[in-house]
Design a protein around this ligand. Structure first.
Ligand SMILES: Nc1ncnc2c1ncn2[C@@H]1O[C@H](COP(=O)(O)OP(=O)(O)OP(=O)(O)O)[C@@H](O)[C@H]1O
Length: 307
């Protein structure tokens, strides 16, 4: 596949966003004061405790739902509805592929609603199926393929929009472990080949570190950004050596710690008893829970990044 003309597209900027569902006694404030910026060509993974609002945030980014407060901008434009530059791949291929349509038509189908002519729809479907390693299955039906292959079809359909931004919501959650590794590597190579921006929601911390240039942790009540980790593992990643790298395991430890901290205390399973405070753990000085001295410039830097 060729690089898109609009490689990477524009920045997505989330400013002070809140999202509340329901009204009155049913009101549920899920997200509040959440700010985030994703620049063209970045691969950003979003992790957080279950129910934190990861899918809600991704749906806001896709323009499918509107935030209750704050703004989301794509470049200079306010994002208030689905945008031609932003494609979405959902988690469950079983719910998103149409069983009565051949694979090629499943990939091409959404383009019809966008006014793309038949010949161009078919060209894109063939090209995208080729890109995900399924050049030979266009005539089959989804139910004739394995789960991993069906999820590749769902990715091909996302690519067929030729959008510079791809949002992925737990895209590999329904497949076996080996297919998951293969799909992760496929996503990395598509991103490298096409130069697209990817924002991927996942429950899997290792997956987030393996894929992302950056991992954003969301959590708290209501949810906001609680950490923003740059992943310093280069672009040449490998399922065996990258995952064994001490930088990988250090990042995973930090992420797990931050996600546990972001959970409400009642939801947390204490790993071990809280240690007694050391003599120098006095307010305004000494070392905090995360190991960074309270008056360290690094703490101020982290706080700024999260803000
Ligand atoms: N349309 C809706 N109406 C009412 N509440 C909703 C709606 N969509 C999401 N919620 C609520 O918002 C909260 C966050 O849901 P969301 O699915 O975004 O979380 P998540 O972090 O993706 O969860 P998980 O990790 O378990 O998939 C949940 O309490 C959910 O019940």
């Amino acid at each position: 596949m060729q690089r898109h003309a609009k490689t990477g597209g524009s920045s997505l900027v989330v400013e002070d966003v809140g999202k509340t569902f329901g009204h009155g006694t049913d009101e549920h404030r899920v997200i509040e004061g959440l700010s985030l910026r994703v620049d063209p060509g970045e691969f950003v993974c979003i992790v957080g405790p279950s129910g934190a609002g990861k899918t809600t945030l991704l749906r806001c980014l896709s323009g499918l739902i509107r935030p209750t407060s704050g703004t989301i901008r794509y470049g200079d434009e306010p994002l208030t509805r689905p945008h031609a530059d932003i494609a979405v791949v959902f988690q469950d291929y079983r719910g998103s592929l149409l069983p009565w349509m051949r694979v090629r038509d499943n990939v091409a189908f959404p383009l019809e609603g966008m006014g793309v002519k038949r010949a161009e729809r078919n060209r894109r479907a063939e090209e995208c199926l080729h890109a995900v390693g399924l050049a030979d299955v266009g005539d089959k039906y989804p139910w004739q393929l394995s789960g991993g292959m069906q999820q590749r079809v769902a990715i091909a359909r996302g690519l067929a929009y030729e959008a510079p931004v791809l949002l992925m919501d737990e895209p590999f959650g329904s497949v076996d472990a080996q297919s998951r590794f293969d799909l992760e590597d496929l996503t990395l190579s598509l991103r490298a080949d096409l130069g697209i921006t990817v924002i991927l929601v996942t429950h899997d911390i290792d997956e987030a570190v393996y894929l992302g240039d950056r991992v954003v942790v969301i959590g708290g009540r209501p949810t906001t950004v609680v950490d923003n980790l740059q992943v310093d593992l280069g672009t040449d990643r490998d399922q065996i050596t990258t995952r064994a790298d001490h930088r990988f395991t250090d990042l995973r430890t930090r992420l797990l710690t931050r996600i546990r901290e972001a959970q409400a205390p009642a939801e947390r399973t204490p790993a071990r008893p809280e240690p007694k405070p050391a003599p120098d753990e006095t307010p305004g000085g000494g070392t905090a829970k995360d190991g960074i001295p309270k008056d360290s410039p690094a703490r101020e830097k982290t706080a700024r990044a999260v803000r």
